[in-house]
Design a protein around this ligand. Structure first.
Ligand SMILES: Cc1cc2nc3c(=O)[nH]c(=O)nc-3n(C[C@H](O)[C@H](O)[C@H](O)COP(=O)(O)OP(=O)(O)OC[C@H]3O[C@@H](n4cnc5c(N)ncnc54)[C@H](O)[C@@H]3O)c2cc1C
Ligand code: FES
Length: 381
């Protein structure tokens, strides 16, 4: 942990169209909480932050629309500039630091704790209230089920003490004892209000959470959960056809979208196209679930498994006649299959490792002429 202290701004706050609105929320007088003032493009706001929580999670749980994507130190989207006050950097090696200017006082709000009152400038509009999503908060969770799906993929359920309301495509942050920081995992299931979150984890070699989950976790272990988070969400009332491109565990949020779309009759009217990329057929999971969704959509849903390292095998094709199998990188398979079929009725959802998501973005925007406002994505790293 490193500390940073600033007393003066390095750039004028007039860069921001600050109004004179001050959201004077109940900043507690407890010794544990400090007052954080934020200048944003929408004007000033203030919120209370415990000394043991990050600026991002404190602001989000108080219903402020602070900017973020991964909420876990990799993307740089939660950039703010420290104007005054002292803060602690919880993870100096976070990859997101490469995308900001720490020498100028830039911090990652998701990796910063306050050491006292402080003020920040955030290059975004920060207002009270998420337009479509529930306000996130901390939950106590308990692991209930651990099912190995492949040699390095594990499905598990977390049962919460209180229900969570979430949208299909959202994720939660998990903290386990003995591991620094929190990890992001997308919900696989969908129920608008539920105490059960189903999650799937693809083990990363040497990864802290993966090692804990695969080697030490047992049913009834308790876990700290923060959520719901994420804006790559599906809303049936938007009336879109759906295109989903996922690599590896990126399929998690797509399963949640498929669950909601199927149960609410979305495919009675709209089309769906799913492209799921894995290396070989042995790395593939959820084939039975895909087959059920395809059957229930009665011709309106196409699911294609893209195998990057080995051609499809007859046995999988025979067992799942409703699913297509192809060879190649998932974004290339998507580009080939959808050539001439991209339409402005579609909303596209992408998730998985950053190179896969970048490849899919190039395919959609470059070849498919899809406009960025019709693409929602989560980069898993
Ligand atoms: C929005 C989103 C959704 C995701 N959904 C899924 C999913 O559904 N399934 C899945 O398998 N993966 C998902 N991931 C990836 C997942 O969050 C982890 O990065 C992955 O499981 C590897 O974690 P690990 O602890 O095993 O590896 P590690 O290498 O130990 O940690 C990887 C990640 O943990 C965080 N981290 C590591 N060290 C620290 C530290 N000292 N302090 C703070 N943070 C730290 C960082 O985010 C880092 O990228 C998602 C990622 C994002 C951003
Ligand atoms: S939201 Fe903080 S680095 Fe991604």
């Amino acid at each position: 942990m490193t500390t940073i202290s600033l007393t003066e701004t390095e750039a004028s706050t007039s860069e921001l169209n600050g109004g004179d609105r001050l959201l004077d929320r109940a900043v507690t007088s407890s010794e544990d909480a400090v007052r954080v003032q934020v200048q944003s493009k929408a004007g000033p706001v203030a919120f209370a932050c415990g000394r043991d929580e990050t600026l991002l999670l404190a602001g989000l749980r108080q219903n402020l629309t602070l900017p973020y994507e991964c909420a876990s130190g990799t993307c740089g989207s939660c950039r703010a500039r420290l104007d005054s006050g002292e803060v602690a950097n919880c993870w100096p090696d976070a990859p997101g630091h490469a995308k900001i200017k720490p020498a100028k006082g830039d911090i990652l709000m998701c990796q910063t704790r306050p050491l006292g009152d402080c003020s920040l400038r955030v290059p975004a509009s920060v207002v009270e209230g998420f337009p479509r999503h529930e306000c996130p908060t901390h939950h106590n969770g308990r692991i209930e089920r651990l099912d190995r799906l492949t040699s390095d993929v594990l499905h598990f359920d977390v049962v919460l003490a209180e229900p969570m309301v979430f949208d299909a495509g959202q994720f939660v942050l998990l903290r386990v004892p003995g591991l620094d920081g929190m990890r992001a995992y997308s919900m696989v299931n969908y129920e608008r209000r539920t105490r059960r979150l189903s999650l799937v984890v693809k083990r990363k070699p040497g990864g802290g959470f993966g090692d804990w989950l695969f080697e030490r976790a047992v049913a009834a272990d308790t876990i700290d959960v923060f959520g719901p988070l994420g804006r790559a969400t599906f809303h049936p009332d938007e009336g879109h056809d759906l295109l989903m491109v996922a690599g590896g565990s990126g399929i998690a949020g797509m399963m949640s979208i498929l669950e909601r779309a199927t149960n609410e009759g979305h495919f009675d009217v709209h089309e769906g196209h799913v492209f799921f990329g894995v290396r070989t057929i042995d790395d593939c999971f959820y084939l039975e679930k895909f087959s059920r969704y395809v059957d229930r959509a009665r011709g309106k849903l196409e699911v294609t498994i893209a195998l990057s390292d080995a051609p499809p095998q007859g046995a999988a094709e025979a067992a799942h006649p409703g699913i297509r199998f192809a060879t190649g990188m998932v974004h290339d398979v998507c580009g080939r299959t959808m050539d001439g079929r991209f339409t402005d009725r579609m909303m596209s959802y992408l998730a998985g490792p950053p190179p896969m998501v970048d490849g899919a973005l190039r395919t959609l925007i470059g070849s498919g002429k899809v406009t960025p406002d019709r693409i929602r994505y989560d980069k898993f790293g």
